[in-house]
Design a protein around this ligand. Sequence first.
Ligand SMILES: Cc1ncc(COP(=O)(O)O)c(C=O)c1O
Length: 386
Amino acid sequence: MLSDHPLASFWSLDPDTTYLNHGSFGPSPLPVQQARAAWSTRLERQPMRFFCQEMEAELDSAAAVLAGFLKTQPERLALIDNATVAMNVVAASIDLKPGDEILINDHEYGAVKNIWQARCRESGARLVTATLPFPPTAADIVTALESAITPKTRLIVVSHVTSATACILPIKAICQMAQSHGIPVCVDGPHAIAMLDVNLNDLGCDYYCASGHKWLCGPFGSGFLWVHPRHHSSIRCPVISWGGSIAGRPATWKDRTNWLGTRDPAPLLAMADAVRFFTPERLQQYRQHAHALVSHARRALLDRPGVGTFCTPDQSDFVSMAAVELPQPPGWKPGYHGSPDPLQIELRDMHKIEIPVGAWNGHRFLRVSAHLYTTPTDIERLLAAL
Ligand SMILES: Cc1ncc(COP(=O)(O)O)c(C=O)c1O
């Protein structure tokens, strides 16, 4: 039986909007918003003390809370604005020669492709895109990536949960396969944090980039970069600043990203409050509540003429976000990022429903997200509008 969740009242979403796009921009519950505001207030009261004496220790404390959640050591985790910045740090840290190859796949996020395309262009390396089976199955995904490896492959970049296609990839198996070839793996993981149990030490990857504002409901402008200790000394930040400890502490690799010029670290520090908000019980409640709503929406959509399953053919293939394939109207052309499908605009402007309708590899899709604040009425509104 679908019902509203009592924790929905913790969110401050506009009651006039039906918000079904947590997967792109995930709002925070009030305790996290308040914690972020409190950090900014503390900074404004005594900036010298905060920046020069307190900030590094506070970043360490927040990293320790996040590290506990992700089953790793805080020394491996640098808090950083978002997954995009983290990925840029990894791209700046990998030595590439002309002819070297970076291996991605056709489900990777557009901005991530851009980062590696730019890095390959400047170094003379080549960006190789493996085509994953569609719809993907775990063993076939590993095989597809393995067959694209050559003696020149220097790094595999792969999403933990893909963006457009909302597909959970078998990261541990991919890392095991990559390790057998001696190739490091960089995981693009913003959607996996809180959606899945992530044990960073156990995954077997070399780098893990994530944003806090997705399923963890951390503040906008919060994220992290996890780096295996074997790569700490080679981490370089594309934003060059002082590069040392501002409080005069012994140097660590995180000094290269902790101080990126003067900025408000409140979102980074309040990420710890998002972790505290999600007690193990609440985490389970979010996953169950969101899965029930997304499953209901997906099933109802699949009953409509021309709508088909996309990359998640089974109920167990997704948690709180799933995409379905939509029919293509005559003359339909894949849009670009920033020029959404007319259906997305119509749902937004005529029905006040925020939900992404996009194009991927010649397919037209609609992606539904739900979180603790999503109600059965939200889903009914979507179904009625469609
Ligand atoms: C798979 C994936 N990677 C990276 C990003 C970039 O995240 P951010 O904009 O928070 O840096 C996103 C954002 O939607 C994403 O879905």
